[in-house]
Design a protein around this ligand. Structure first.
Ligand SMILES: [Zn+2]
Length: 171
């Protein structure tokens, strides 16, 4: 499979190609969905792609927050369909990251309560989920563009792995 630097280069160059294609084909080109797509694609390609299932550069880019991905790294076999599935891989990571966000916010409120505050962690989590739902309903195009960018970055990563492995076997 390609090294981390090659994966980064593929992410940046394919994003440029997608953006140029979008600007050329969509009239009038709406910038908000394009920005959401591009931001998610870059974020997922550089820090949330398939190689989070190992001690990769993507994993280390999370710095002190890499504990978020530790269960994923331990539980998901390297290059399995869970991490490297063309569509499933990205969807599973998006769901995992969302679940970790809610779990960490719940733990944060729980710790806050241990310091003498009185806030119900479950009600905070429900409020966050409700707010997220409202934002997604109000900005459907942008939300779909964000999810598409996030998932497609994983697809590009997996395709690069498949092509690279095929070329190595063929040569
Ligand atoms: Zn990979």
């Amino acid at each position: 499979m390609p090294g981390a630097r090659v994966h980064d280069l593929i992410t940046v160059s394919t994003l440029a190609a997608f953006d140029i294609l979008y600007m050329a084909k969509v009239h009038p080109a709406s910038l908000a969905p394009l920005c959401c797509f591009s931001g998610a694609y870059l974020f997922a390609g550089l820090a949330c792609a398939g190689d989070l299932d190992t001690n990769s550069r993507e994993y280390r880019r999370w710095g002190p927050l890499r504990f978020i991905w530790w269960p994923y790294r331990v539980l998901v076999p390297h290059r399995s369909w869970v991490s490297h599935g063309l569509i499933a891989g990205g969807i599973i990571r998006a769901l995992y990251l969302g679940a970790m966000f809610f779990l960490l916010s719940w733990v944060g409120v729980w710790l806050w309560n241990r310091c003498g505050m009185h806030v119900d962690p479950a009600s905070v989590t429900q409020l966050e989920a409700h707010s997220l739902g409202q934002i997604m309903r109000a900005h459907t195009q942008e939300s779909l563009a964000f999810l598409a960018g996030f998932v497609l970055a994983g697809t590009t990563h997996s395709l690069a792995d498949i092509v690279s492995t095929g070329l190595k076997r063929w040569l």
